[in-house]
Design a protein around this ligand. Structure first.
Ligand code: TTP
Ligand code: MG
Length: 369
């Protein structure tokens, strides 16, 4: 059975992931930023703000700054670097519309090389190069794509080329930034074996912790666990982990979902359960998400999800799916639905201890053309 599955992979799949995407775009658009440490995210307000870093360019990563780090920490790391005589970080707000435009330009560039392209996130694309017949030719096509993106958008990316999506994605992350890595079918096991288990998509920090307790650290270690045992421990996802560890993945390139979701979140400057304050923040978020939806070119969406993070970082989400969908003319319905989702968290229905809230987020999913 396993042998058969392995033999099915005769495809050549590439995965392209832009390097430090938001920050690279800012660097490309303002020549004076070139070579300087850049962080895109919440405005740090002299280190007093409570949001997070969206991304840091590789220069700023040398200071220890990375995505999702509290912006106040990033500020402190920048101050520390400044005191050591290094360049201070340039902090910039998120310009989602600009990044979305560049993301679409890159999609168009890739589409001139191959018809089968899947946009997996704002800066990640899978594409099928099986028509090239050999990995050598596929590599040349990827070099041309990299060069064209650099020429037109002045930013770099990293590419992984492999017989399936899973291995191509892992390969793209290995030689970042500006990397390219090819993994042939015969080399998949040797490539995967020494990698830390966190490299496998789907193994997040919580799952990894469970494995670390059993001294399972690398993908090779993971392969020592039987399918039955993994299913016993993790149910359906245990079976997924088993096949991923072997580098087996037959998932197709799906062209449809160019954008999976549009969302935004905000961290309050003070934890709050004040209904007026929260509704005011919610209105700003819903305005912004709806504006991005209008700009995206989609005609409707079906699902709305809100995120609530309490002062103790406990995080809850709540969703509503509308069969008929919300169209570009339904902003009022959108606002009403969000309000209905959040209200239970402002009283004891979904917040029995009346914990103050530190962050709220709004996301729309199932976008339809
Ligand atoms: P990533 O591809 O994860 O990161 P990156 O492109 O900045 O850097 P890398 O070179 O490691 O690929 O994410 C793409 C963009 O998505 C990133 O530029 C900013 C945004 N993003 C967030 O807003 N928050 C996050 O926590 C992450 C991980 C990304
Ligand atoms: Mg990236």
């Amino acid at each position: 059975m396993l042998k058969n599955i392995t033999k099915l992979s005769t495809k050549i799949i590439a995965h392209l992931d832009m390097d430090a995407f938001f920050a690279s775009i800012e660097e490309a658009h303002t020549p004076s930023f070139k070579g300087k440490p850049i962080v895109v995210g919440t405005e740090p307000n002299q280190g007093k703000a409570r949001g997070v870093v969206s991304t840091a360019n590789y220069k700023a990563r040398e200071y220890g700054i990375h995505s999702a780090l509290p912006i106040s920490w990033a500020w402190r790391l920048s101050e520390k670097a400044k005191n050591q005589g290094k360049a201070p970080v340039i902090f910039l707000p998120v310009d989602f519309n600009l990044y979305n435009r560049v993301s679409q330009n890159i999609l168009q560039i890739i589409k001139t090389y191959t018809k089968e392209v899947e946009q997996a996130s704002i800066d990640e694309y899978y594409f099928d190069l099986s028509f090239a017949k050999t990995f050598k030719k596929a590599k040349l096509i990827c070099s041309n794509i990299k060069n064209e993106i650099l020429l037109k958008e002045k930013i770099t990316c990293s590419v992984g080329i492999a017989p399936n999506k899973l291995v191509s994605k892992i390969a793209a992350g290995i030689n970042k930034p500006n990397g390219m890595l090819l993994v042939l079918e015969k080399d998949i096991q040797n490539f995967l074996n020494p990698l830390p288990i966190r490299e496998l998509p789907g193994i997040g920090p919580k799952t990894a912790e469970i494995f670390y307790k059993e001294n399972i650290k690398t993908i090779k270690d993971l392969k020592g666990i039987s399918l039955d045992n993994l299913i016993k421990k993790f149910g359906k996802s245990g079976s997924k982990i088993f096949y991923k560890a072997l580098g087996i993945d037959n998932s197709p390139i799906t062209e449809k979902h160019e954008i999976k979701s549009i969302g935004e979140q905000t961290t309050f400057s003070i934890n709050s359960l004040d209904i007026l304050h929260i509704c005011d923040q919610l209105k700003k978020l819903s305005d912004s998400v709806f504006a991005n939806f209008l700009e995206s070119g989609f005609s409707s969406f079906k699902t709305i999800t809100i995120t609530i993070r309490f002062y103790d970082f406990n995080t809850k989400t709540s969703s509503k799916s509308l069969k008929s969908g919300i169209t570009i003319n339904d902003k009022k319905i959108f606002e009403l639905e969000i309000l209905k989702l959040i209200l239970p968290f402002l009283d004891k229905r979904s917040n029995p201890k009346l914990k103050p809230i530190r962050l709220i987020g709004v996301r729309i999913e199932k976008l339809i053309n």
